[in-house]
Design a protein around this ligand. Sequence first.
Ligand SMILES: C[S@@+](CC[C@H](N)C(=O)[O-])C[C@H]1O[C@@H](n2cnc3c(N)ncnc32)[C@H](O)[C@@H]1O
Ligand SMILES: CC(C)=CCC/C(C)=C/COP(=O)(O)OP(=O)(O)O
Ligand SMILES: [Mg+2]
Length: 295
Amino acid sequence: MTSAELTTAPTPSALRIPGPATPYQGDIARYWDGEARPVNLRLGDVDGLYHHHYGIGEVDTAALGDPDDRESEKKLIAELHRLESAQTDVLLGHLGDIGSGDTLVDAGCGRGGSMVMAHQRFGCSVEGVTLSAKQADFANERAAELGIDDRVRATVCNMLSTPFATGSAAASWNNESSMYVDLDDLFAEHSRVLKAGGRYVTITGCWNPRYGQPSKWVSQINAHFECNIHSRREYLRAMADNRLVPQAVIDLTPDTLPYWELRATSSLVTGIEDAFINSYRDGSFQYVLIAADRV
Ligand SMILES: C[S@@+](CC[C@H](N)C(=O)[O-])C[C@H]1O[C@@H](n2cnc3c(N)ncnc32)[C@H](O)[C@@H]1O
Ligand SMILES: CC(C)=CCC/C(C)=C/COP(=O)(O)OP(=O)(O)O
Ligand SMILES: [Mg+2]
């Protein structure tokens, strides 16, 4: 299938492009094929938007109600989910003016929650890539259920080598997926796929060069997710080397701490909560949004 066909003739099921480029990518594909943590599925079940990222914003304590209430766990799950969708809203708000005729690229799309939200907001087409066939199938099934599978599609594909035509995307993003790849290779591919003047946005966790080196908490997060968190400096340097000029760099660390503090009180904890809370508090780790212009 040619790039032109890929961007103009979506099919409801996941396209499969030759497998992982490295043994590491094979590990990551298996990791996400096997992932079924209740914290992700129960939150997604709230409204059918399935995310694999974290939340931002103030907790609505009124919405949580009385902790002794029988419905309190359900309310807490709904609140965590609201904060995760609020995170996507902030990312989408940095994509610039997107029209219904535009195509966006979601690099590392997971189960597709951000893609659905992008289509609902802009009316545009969204092409997502993930290493996991299970995730791509899930995302495509959700798009079909919503009747938007002609505009929203996930493909099993390496984000460093996508089938999308050069200069074809009005905007592209990584939502908590850039810690799985080399940043030079990643930004070279975004830069190729984006049209001149297009916008790239990432929300990511990065280690803070001011701390010195990755802290023990950052190492714990890497081990937990089999990822390799980059420093803030690496992001900015790799963007500069690949025609991506930062338009906004926003430290979302204070905005994500309430999500983690709330999540730590829920029955859906996974054991990684303290590593995030401690590293955000000691300054070794930061949750950032970087929006850049493709020049
Ligand atoms: C933490 S999840 C984030 C999912 C999604 N962006 C979201 O916000 O819900 C990380 C995603 O990155 C994807 N990923 C990691 N390395 C990749 C690569 N080289 N190519 C494509 N996808 C990749 C994984 O398959 C997974 O879908
Ligand atoms: C900010 C950083 C470093 C993110 C690492 C990537 C990652 C695994 C994100 C969340 O996925 P998830 O939603 O599947 O995780 P969890 O099960 O913990 O909610
Ligand atoms: Mg999650």
